[in-house]
Ligand binder design. Structure first.
Ligand code: C2E
Ligand code: MG
Ligand code: MG
Length: 757
């Protein structure tokens, strides 16, 4: 007895266990189904005539299906995060809204809340929304989810009827007929809408269908026409089989038999139909039987156009492999194509070129004209390059302003260089953006397969190294990869480490270059930093300032310079009176510190008891333009300390001159470049003359640098530029040397100052 009972208990325990496992499995399967259906739903709603929405627990919109209905109703209004009735230009009748809020408070479903929107042109649209509370995994209220529908036409028919003159029998009849028609359509839409709404996740097909027990269509939603090409009336009374290609019926029957048989619900039955145009359409059909009093009355369900899904798949594929902004292949697609090209080239002993293309002035465009302009520029660059390429070449955007070009079937390395030349020429033409002509230019690095790399990663790395090399070489040019470049990169790292310890070991020194007026009156001096390297000797700023800027050490270098310069100036105030002012160079990252930088200057002035008016800060045109807006405020505050401001290397920037008026500056320093052959080159002379007269017009001082000979100086003075510095008078000197020069000048009572030195 007991034995039997134990066996029984064991068996029933086993059954319970099996059942539990089955339930768990089914739940997991259902969940997976629901997730898949949800994903499908989301992609298909984009194509649907109705629209769908979701809100959070505060009734703020968190999701709207894409597609035309939403776009035409809401226009460009940002909707997410807002409640429907809070959207601009949207009206809800106050009483309806009050009733609606009550339902929301109780988390009850609601139907057909009417919302109207009048667009910018005065056109009014009326939509109705219905919704149902949705719960999260823990059963907590998460907000609502529902459907929206355009009823503008329906409402206007109603209005026409109301307006129709009773005496005008014909008019009234017409209006009534119109209303009946829209009402009918409306009714069918309501069925569809409710169905969709009820089973939003599980049965969200492209169109909704109903049949009788013999599978003859008794109802179809309008969208069927978009899928099959036939109107609803053409389809009613026919069966799906009537539109299937030969042999498809068998496939469907077999599928149904395997998946539950007749009279059972089914999901995602894939089959082909023939579109009115003759094209094959793939559909995924789901449905369930309709019973009335136990009798099978027919079927109802949804059908999705898989052609669209296939397109969606293609689109996802596109998104995964394309750069969203320009539509160009992205890095992963480039890698794939390069991989294939390398395989092919290895087999046929062919060569390839990979070009790394980096725009030269892109950051500036972004910073001064905004990101919108930056994006537009990138698109324009992509378009222009793309249109100049062969089909078999791949132009990719790797991010930011980095592009790469994969060139197949290279005949010689000269061909790669010609290609780079061509790209440069294409990008050298100005881009028209927001009504202005922008000159961007690019730097290009070339790596060749097989010489410069055996796989894509190596080729790209080396093309990049060559590109950096090109940038250093003055931008707007191209360079081929050379193995030493890799070594250079390593070398840079070493310099960076050394620079760090140089700061700690105070290996930096300041040199001073006198600034003179006329033919030799010392009016000031510019502090120029040098690095007394233990092995390499005295290094000029060009050898470490750009590097310090790149690796973030420039602030430390700048801080050192400022303090060192001011303490020297403080000391000279006592020991070497007579030099009116001193100039200090400042870099973009220092300036970017804003208030903190202003404070540093204030403290350094105070600590050394130096008056602000004795200091001039030199900011290069490039640094100034890099964050013009923020810099403006910083410069203004520096100006409040009495410190004067000069734009260094003026003329090398690419900015319009219009901004000059807005800047709190005192001086323009014309770049060396223009003075080199000022005595022989008419263009340079014209530039210097223009800058000098511009400065006069704006009430600014003007100075020139790099005067190396008498004829240059004579030209300069004739053009109205009085202040200058250059080797013709003196190179930069260490502090002791500068002191000597000044004292000598004073001892000689500056007799030479008024003559040609
Ligand atoms: P800059 O401010 O335009 O300085 C003028 C440069 O021209 C100096 O080069 C100077 O030695 C050089 N120079 C002056 N007269 C002549 C001449 O007659 N012929 C030639 N060929 N060159 C002349 P340096 O000292 O090599 O400085 C180069 C640049 O490095 C400076 O250009 C400045 O932008 C930057 N720099 C120098 N010191 C500092 C510093 O302390 N901080 C920062 N941020 N940048 C600095
Ligand atoms: Mg300078
Ligand atoms: Mg300069």
């Amino acid at each position: 007895m007991l034995h039997d009972a134990l066996i029984l208990a064991g068996i029933s325990g086993g059954i319970v266990y099996c059942v539990m496992v089955l339930i768990a499995r089914r739940q997991a399967a259902r969940l997976a189904d629901a997730i898949a259906a949800e994903a499908r739903f989301r992609s298909l709603t984009e194509l649907s005539a109705d629209w769908f929405w979701e809100t959070d627990a505060e009734h703020r919109i968190t999701w709207l299906s894409g597609g035309t209905p939403v776009a035409t109703f809401f226009g460009n209004t940002p909707t997410y995060g807002k409640r429907f009735w809070e959207l601009p230009r949207v009206e809800v009748e106050p009483r309806a809204l009050a009733a609606h809020m009550e339902r929301l408070d109780e988390q009850l479903p609601f139907f057909d809340l009417e919302i109207a929107r009048t667009d910018e042109r005065g056109a009014r649209q009326i939509h109705i929304i219905s919704g149902k509370a949705r719960a999260g995994a823990a059963g907590r209220f998460h907000g609502y989810r529902g459907v929206g529908r355009d009823v503008t036409e329906q409402r206007s028919a109603e209005r026409r009827l109301a307006e129709a003159n009773l005496a005008d029998i014909d008019g009234r009849k017409r209006a009534e007929a119109a209303l009946r028609e829209t009402e009918e359509r409306y009714r069918s839409l309501v069925t569809v809408g409710e169905q969709r709404f009820r089973d939003l996740v599980e049965a969200s097909g492209e169109y909704v269908w109903e049949t009788d027990a013999q599978w003859r269509f008794t109802y179809l939603s309008e969208r069927v026409e978009a899928v099959l090409g036939y109107s609803r009336t053409e389809l009613l009374g026919k069966t799906p089989k009537d539109f299937m290609p030969l042999g498809e019926e068998r496939v469907v029957e077999e599928w149904l038999a395997k998946n539950g048989g007749a009279g059972r619900p089914f999901r995602d039955m894939l089959h082909r139909s023939i579109h009115k145009s003759g094209a094959v359409v793939w559909q995924a059909v789901s449905g369930a039987p309709i019973f009335e009093g136990g009798r099978l009355m027919g079927y109802r369900g949804t059908a999705a156009d898989l052609t669209a899904r296939k397109q969606a798949d293609a689109r996802i594929e596109h998104l995964a492999t394309r750069d969203a902004l320009t539509g160009l292949p992205n890095r992963s697609l480039l890698a794939e194509r390069a991989g294939q090209a390398i395989l092919g080239a290895a087999r046929s002993r062919a060569r390839l070129a990979l070009l790394s293309i980096d725009l030269d002035r892109f950051k500036l465009v972004n910073q001064t004209l905004g990101h919108g302009a930056g994006d537009a520029l990138l698109r324009a660059v992509a378009e222009r390059l793309q249109s100049a390429l062969r089909r078999e070449d791949t132009l990719a955007r790797l991010g930011g302003d980095d592009f790469a070009l994969l060139w197949n079937g290279l005949k010689s390395s000269e061909e790669a260089e010609q290609l780079a030349q061509r790209v440069l020429a294409i990008l050298a033409r100005p881009f028209g953006l927001e009504g202005r002509a922008l000159h961007v230019g690019a730097s290009i690095g070339i790596a060749l397969y097989p010489g410069d790399g055996r796989d894509f990663a190596e080729l790209l790395r080396n093309a990049d190294a060559a590109m950096y090399h090109a940038k250093e070489g003055g931008r707007g040019t191209w360079r081929c990869y050379q193995p030493e470049l890799g070594a250079r990169a390593a070398g840079r790292l070493q310099v960076e480490n050394e620079l760090r310890s140089a700061l700690a070991r105070s290996e930096l020194v300041l040199h001073w270059q006198p600034v003179v007026r006329g033919r030799g009156d010392i009016v000031g001096a510019e502090a120029l930093v040098r690095w007394q390297h233990p092995v390499r000797g005295l290094l000029l700023p060009d050898e470490f300032v750009p590097l310090a800027e790149e690796c973030g050490l420039i602030r430390a270098v700048g801080e050192w310079t400022l303090e060192r310069a001011l303490s020297q100036v403080g000391a000279w105030q006592r020991s070497l009176p007579g030099t009116p002012w001193f100039a200090v160079n400042v870099s973009a990252p220092e300036l970017a510190q804003g208030d903190a930088y202003v404070e540093k200057i204030r403290n350094a002035l105070k600590e050394n008891d130096v008056d602000g008016s004795r200091i001039e800060l030199e900011v290069t045109e490039r640094a100034l333009m890099s964050h013009l807006h923020e810099n403006l405020e910083t410069l203004r505050r520096i100006g409040e300390l009495g410190v004067r401001l000069a734009i260094d290397d003026f003329g090398t920037g690419y900015s319009s001159l219009a901004y000059l008026r807005r800047l709190p500056i005192d001086k323009l320093k014309i770049d060396r470049l223009f003075l080199r052959s000022i005595d022989s080159n008419a263009a340079d002379e014209a530039i210097v003359r223009t800058i000098a007269s511009l400065a006069r017009t704006l009430g600014l001082a003007v100075a020139a640098e790099g005067i190396e000979g008498g004829p240059q100086l004579e030209r300069l003075l004739a053009l109205g530029c009085e202040q200058w510095q250059g080797h013709y008078f003196s190179e930069s000197l260490d502090a002791a040397g500068f002191e000597k020069l000044v004292t000598a000048g004073r001892l000689r009572n500056l007799p030479a100052a008024n003559q040609t030195p």
